[in-house]
Design a protein around this ligand. Structure first.
Ligand SMILES: [Zn+2]
Length: 415
């Protein structure tokens, strides 16, 4: 009889209510609500008597470090939060659950069929921005931790819950938790994986291209150089680069039609309707392959752009510049020598979950780089970031059960 699982089941209604409450806090990265939600969760844990470390993140100090993972929104403040259930054996392996509380903006309100922050519960799902990415997964981890705590279950090793912010724009929160000294012998990030085990992430590097032109009155447009036309030379070259980099990919990435996407997300050009545009600024993300060093990926990209410029008389003299800014997600992979994947599979109720990689960056690479074997395993299908985002409540509960079993089954030492 596993008392923690019983406690988890007894708290189902409360778990759902907590999830709805969290969805109703519009914790978009860089807004005051991003801090508010951390304090909300901290209060919830403190009210239960769980040991928490809640601290103001020294944002500017961390952002100045050479390995800082990037940040795309301004933050006056940010908070770190790690909860800890102490284990009975100081030598036993510890386990961290990690989940981010920040969400991306909802986009155009008209694309949603209801208030993006409704936290509505219907059709077995919780709805709203962040439901899938990843308040559903966070609440699964939170409810697992609370079930262990309330039932008086004492795992052998420490069980930690890291509630992080700034994941969507780089990884500030997990970086800050590591900088504060928090470590574990294994980590499960409860990002949405539809309960598959995600053991590797491609990386994603945010870039900015500045394509120069020459302004002229549009009535005499041939006396100028259109930055838009020059961008038309660059864009297909980038598409070709993407195709070349996806010809052969790691087998874990085979389920994706494009394992390492290169996409331009924003384009701005010109400042007047009847002026030849003298500047085009395009921003995008560049996929980093598994095991590919970030500086090698950047070099390939920069060389490709430079070569394209060399073939055009104007761009040869006025080359496109490449700037790396914002989120700089290296790729990451759970090391093959650990038993973490097997532990998640064994704790999962039902057929063993598939082991896959994914084309998006996540905090996994920060944790594995710190020597912590890490996988993603969580409720929800897709990646969020879309209208009418939702998460399956049954998957939230299934994820929580797996986490409770992982914490309570005595993990054998690594071979
Ligand atoms: Zn996420």
């Amino acid at each position: 009889m596993n008392h923690a699982l019983t406690a988890l089941h007894d708290a189902r209604d409360e778990t759902v209510a907590t999830l709805a409450d969290l969805i109703r806090i519009p914790s978009v990265g860089g807004t005051p609500a991003e801090s508010e939600i951390v304090h909300h969760v901290a209060r919830l844990l403190q009210a239960e008597g769980v040991e928490v470390d809640l601290w103001p993140i020294p944002v500017a100090e961390l952002a100045a470090r050479p390995d800082f993972p990037g940040m795309e929104v301004d933050r006056d403040e940010a908070w770190g939060l790690v909860a800890r259930l102490p284990g009975t054996d100081a030598d036993a392996r510890s386990l961290m659950f990690n989940g981010h509380l920040d969400v991306v903006p909802p986009g155009e309100r008209t694309t949603w069929s209801a208030d993006p922050y409704s936290g509505d519960l219907r059709d077995g799902h919780a709805w709203g921005r962040g439901a899938c990415d990843m308040k559903g997964g966070f609440v699964a981890a939170l409810s697992a931790l609370l079930a262990l705590h309330r039932s008086g279950t004492r795992p052998r090793g420490d069980v930690l819950l890291a509630a992080v912010v700034g994941e969507e724009d780089g990884g500030l929160g997990t970086y800050a938790a590591l900088a504060r000294g928090w470590r574990a012998d294994a980590c499960v990030i409860t990002e949405p994986t539809a309960l598959d085990v995600l053991a590797a992430n491609g990386g994603a590097l945010t870039f900015r291209l500045r394509v120069p032109g020459l302004a002229a009155h549009a009535c005499a447009r041939t006396s100028g150089v259109s930055a838009v036309e020059k961008f038309q030379l660059i864009f297909p070259v980038l598409r070709a680069l993407e195709a070349a980099r996806n010809r052969e990919v790691d087998p874990m990435m085979h389920r994706w039609d494009v394992a390492y996407p290169l996409e331009i997300g924003t384009v701005r050009a010109g400042d007047w309707a009847s002026t030849v545009p003298d500047l085009l600024v395009a921003e995008g993300r560049f996929g980093v392959a598994l095991d590919e060093p970030v500086d090698e990926a950047r070099a390939v990209f920069e060389r490709t752009v430079a070569e394209a410029c060399a073939g055009d008389p104007w761009l040869k003299e006025h080359p496109v510049t490449v700037e790396w800014w914002g989120g700089q997600f290296a790729s990451g992979r759970c090391p093959s020598g650990t038993d973490l994947v097997r532990r998640v599979q064994a704790a999962h109720d039902g057929p063993a979950p598939a082991v896959v990689g994914a084309p998006y960056g996540s905090d996994l690479r920060l944790l594995t780089a710190a020597g912590i074997p890490t996988v993603q395993y969580g409720p929800g299908v897709g990646y969020g970031h879309c209208p009418d985002e939702k998460v399956s409540l049954s998957q939230v509960f299934a994820c929580a059960e797996t986490l409770v079993r992982m914490a309570t089954v005595d993990a054998p030492a690594d071979a």
